[in-house]
Structure formats: C-alpha cells, structure tokens
Design a binder for this molecule. Structure first.
Ligand code: SAH
Ligand code: SF4
Length: 393
C-alpha cells in the first residue's frame, strides 16, 4: 500500500463518517418511499408496525397496552391471519379490529423449486409491484435460510448483478420485508414459532435478495427488529446476516442499533477494478469500507465479518488478488465467502474455473481465514445470488 493510502486508512479507521452523510442517505431514501401502512380502503395494516406503533394504534382503539402485547403474540408467534383467531381478545374488540385494521401479507404468485431444493417465490405487493424471496435449505438438514429482498430493483448497477439491471422502483416497507418471512412461514406451515432449542426450518435470514438494504435503512431496521423480537418470530441477531455493497455511513448504525452479522460485497481488492464492478466504490473506496469494518462492534472469532467475493474469470481471480485480499483484511475477524459467478441472460462475465477458485481459496486458508466456496443454489430457476429480477427483460 502506498503511504498516502495507509494514511487514509489510518485516518478513516478512527473517525466515523458524519451523521450528516447518513441523514442525507435517509433523506434520499424518502424519495423512493413505499406506500404507507393503510390500505386503499383506509384500514391500518398491523404487520410491520414497531411495538411502540402497535401500542399507539391499540390505544387509539381505546384499549390498554397489554392488548398490543396480545396482538403481537397472535401476529408473530401464532401467525394469525384473521382477527377471528385471536380468541384471547373480546368479541367486541375483534369486531373493531376487523373494521379498522388488516393483517397484511404479500400474495404468493408463483413458487419455483430448483433441482437442489431451493425455492424461489414471486410475491405480489398491494400496489402491483413484485419481488422475489428465496428459501435455501441446508443440503443435509431440515433447515435453511430465507433470503429477503429490501427494494424493488436497485440503484447501484453492479456489473455482474441481474437485479442491478432493473431500475429502482421503490423501497419496500417494513411490512413487506417482514411479510416475506411470514409468507414463507405460512407456506411451510411453521407456526407457532418453534420454542428455543426446538428445530426450525426457517432457521436463518440473509438480507441478500433484491436491493441494497442500507439504502432503505429505516424500513430494514424496523423489519429486523420485529423479526428479532423474543415474543414473536424470535430469531436472534446471530442468525441474521445483512449484506451491503458498502454504504459506509450506515454500517456504524447497523452495528450499534441492530448488531446483526455483517457481510460485505467486496469483489475486488483494487479501487480501479472495484470502481468498475461495484460503482458505489467511487463514493466509498476500499480503505473507508474496511475502516468501517474494523469499527464494527463485538467482532471476535465467533462473530466474524463475511467478505463476499464473486469469482470472475480472468478479472479478479488471480493468486495476486488473493494475496492482496489477505493483506487488506489483516486484523479483522473475518471469513471470505467465494461466490462462483452466476450467469444470467445478457451477463458479460464468465465464472472462474474450479482450479482458479481452489487456488484462491488455498491462499486465503493458508493465511488463517476460512474461505468456503458458496455452492450456487437454484441456478436453474434464476434464484441464485444476483439472478433475481422481476421486471420484464
Ligand atoms: N445489495 C446487497 C445485497 C444483495 S446482493 C449487496 O450487494 O451486498 C447479494 C449478493 O449477491 C452480493 O454479494 C452480490 O454481490 C452477489 N451477487 C450479485 N450478482 C451475482 C451473480 N451474478 N453471481 C453471484 N453472486 C452475485
Ligand atoms: Fe444492487 Fe447488490 Fe445487485 Fe449491487 S449486487 S446491483 S448493490 S443488489
């Protein structure tokens, strides 16, 4: 690294980006705001409301806070779809809820199953937009990960990503993000929420579907807080991984407010190449991104940052790239997830040959980092990483 680069990383390592920068990103997100929590008929969707907002809504209906707690239990522990199921509430209150509120769910339009058992769901939203959500079972066990989308499309145009060719229509609401998980729970019949220690089929969440989660931070944060709530879906933050292409000013907030596992879409070890592959790098270059990773709270060997690295033949897959990667992440408790490139119609890259991936992984392993190769899942149904796209081609 040149002196100026090391100075830069030394400087940025200790200084978090200004709050103004984060505020600016949040203000921009407002331009792509999702529809509000009321339906066309003016009814309030209770899904996606924070606990505080639900308690307020219940107060407006003239009921005390413990009723909100009961409703929460029905919505997120029992998976109730109808107010009539909420038998611990009085008949009169249920009737009032029926009149004024709804329990929202995205509509399941299509489910496609891959030969490898991953399943991709096309979900329809109230305003006609569509998103995709994927269930990826572990190969040997009866459990798996749910891959959630956070936006309809994406503004970021990473060169290798299918979603990036679809312009951003809008952000998803907290209800729509939570709703993806609930819809899959409905589909697989996993209600009520399994007790602690009991096996769970929908065992982990990866926020790695369509969109850049940190360009929709507020809704993502509300949704994950709901999904982590111990009196509902109760997924611990250790079972949730959020992937970002590197929106540096908000990474600190993820660490402070959510504390979920962090995955960084790194993909290149030099700024000139990363500028091309992940254009956001022009705003937040590698040194700043890694500085934010170094600041991420509570990192340890048991809690590591995942660096995602897509293997593109002849572009970023040389042994020199691997050695530079090891040098860049030195000192960060990390693992490197090597992702064979998943092609999509019109994509211009080729996946690295197996031999190149093996060599790359070896160099990283020798430096003491795990470097699992992400087995492509659901490629045959365009459900693998970077293949999701809901707009017509
Ligand atoms: N926007 C976020 C999260 C969604 S993308 C992000 O970029 O991190 C989820 C992961 O899939 C990212 O690591 C992304 O780089 C990767 N990905 C995108 N296109 C891909 C492709 N064609 N093949 C393999 N992985 C891809
Ligand atoms: Fe957007 Fe992530 Fe795809 Fe880049 S890789 S275009 S940030 S979804």
């Amino acid at each position: 690294m040149s002196d100026s680069a090391s100075l830069l990383s030394a400087r940025t390592a200790s200084v978090a980006p200004s709050q103004d920068e984060a505020a600016l990103i949040l203000a921009k997100a407002a331009r792509f705001a999702p529809p509000g929590p009321r339906t066309a008929e003016g009814k309030l969707d209770l899904i996606g409301l924070s606990r505080e907002a639900l308690t307020e809504a219940v107060a407006e209906l003239g009921e005390p806070p413990f009723r909100a707690k009961q409703i929460w239990h029905w919505l997120y522990h029992r998976g109730a779809r109808q107010f009539s199921e909420m038998t611990s509430l009085s008949r009169a209150f249920r009737a009032r809820l029926e009149e004024r509120c709804v329990i929202g769910r995205p509509e399941r339009l299509r489910a496609l199953k891959s030969a490898d058992q991953s399943e991709k769901f096309l979900l329809g939203l109230a305003d006609g937009e569509r998103i995709e959500t994927v269930y990826i079972p572990d190969l040997e066990e009866e459990r798996g990960a749910v891959c959630l989308s956070t936006q309809v499309g994406c503004t970021l145009s990473c060169r290798f990503c299918h979603t990036g060719t679809q312009r951003l229509e809008r952000n998803l609401s907290a209800a729509e993000i939570v709703g993806q998980f609930l819809a899959l729970r409905d589909y697989y019949g996993e209600w009520p929420t399994p007790r602690e220690g009991e096996p769970r089929r929908l065992a982990t969440i990866v926020v790695m579907g369509m969109g850049e989660p940190l360009y929709n931070y507020e809704n993502v944060a509300t949704a994950l807080t709901i999904l982590m709530d111990p009196e509902g879906v109760a997924l611990s933050r250790r079972r949730i991984t959020l992937s970002t292409s590197g929106v540096v000013p908000l990474i600190d907030r993820v660490g402070r407010e959510l504390g979920v596992n962090l995955a960084i879409s790194l993909h290149a070890v030099r700024d000139d190449l990363r500028d091309e592959l992940v254009p956001l790098n022009r705003k937040y270059p590698i040194a700043e991104l890694l500085a934010a990773c170094r600041r991420y709270p509570r990192l340890s060997n048991a809690r590591r940052i995942t660096f995602e690295y897509i293997m593109l033949k002849g572009i970023n897959d040389s042994p020199a790239d691997a050695r530079e990667l090891v040098r860049l992440i030195a000192g960060i408790p990390a693992k490197v997830n090597l992702i064979p490139f998943n092609p999509w119609p019109g994509s211009r890259f080729e996946p690295s040959p197996e031999e190149a991936i093996r060599r790359f992984a070896e160099i990283i392993n020798d430096a003491g980092y795990a470097a699992p190769v992400r087995t492509p899942r659901g490629r045959d149904i365009l459900a693998a990483c970077g293949q999701l796209r809901t707009a017509a081609a």
